[in-house]
Design a protein around this ligand. Structure first.
Ligand code: SME
Length: 172
């Protein structure tokens, strides 16, 4: 029932431009404010690309990260999906770079300094630290969420915890 009310509110009032951005400097508060809005944005919408596009935009608007977006597994490669930020590498092989490693290991990787990560793929020389989370469906990695920062050591377990919650909201 709560979900139907949420969906109704979504139809009535929740256009993308109505995203409420908190100015709090507390990272947890930012995620806690954003996650219900993401739930409302994607509730009832079954188109994966539409949902990935809106999630990228919402995360970018709230956190102003350098790059945030998705790669999807297609024909045994990661292929660039919806994202916000500068143009990026289109295809990544399994095990290559941080994205390919997160796919191969099926686990979240936090990289404090991308230059210290063997095989890191520098889509932009401005990216200094990164977090990549696998998107898992029926035990298989079907894609990754990748976030890049221009600052060293930007991501921590709080980002991992909340970004994992966001990825779990998706239905593939
Ligand atoms: N740096 C990533 C490649 C993707 S871009 O950062 C958008 C990697 O090493 O896998």
């Amino acid at each position: 029932m709560g979900y139907f009310i949420l969906k109704l509110l979504n139809y009535i009032c929740c256009m993308a431009e109505d995203l409420t951005i908190t100015r709090s400097t507390d990272k947890e508060e930012r995620y806690q404010s954003l996650i219900p809005q993401i739930e409302a944005l994607i509730f009832g919408e079954r188109d994966l690309v539409a949902n990935l596009a809106n999630i990228s935009a919402a995360l970018k608007e709230q956190f102003k990260w350098f790059w945030v977006g998705f790669y999807l597994v297609k024909d045994n490669e990661l292929v660039l999906g919806p994202f916000q930020g500068p143009v990026a590498c289109t295809r990544i092989a399994k095990g290559r770079g941080v994205c390919g490693a997160a796919w191969e290991q099926a686990k979240t990787l936090i990289v404090a300094d991308v230059e210290a990560f063997p095989g890191h793929i520098a889509c932009s020389s401005l990216s200094r630290s990164e977090i990549v989370l696998p998107m898992i469906q029926n035990g298989e990695v079907v894609g990754v969420l990748d976030v890049d920062s221009e600052e060293l050591n930007w991501f921590d377990q709080t980002d991992a915890k909340y970004l994992e919650q966001i990825v779990k909201l998706l239905q593939f």
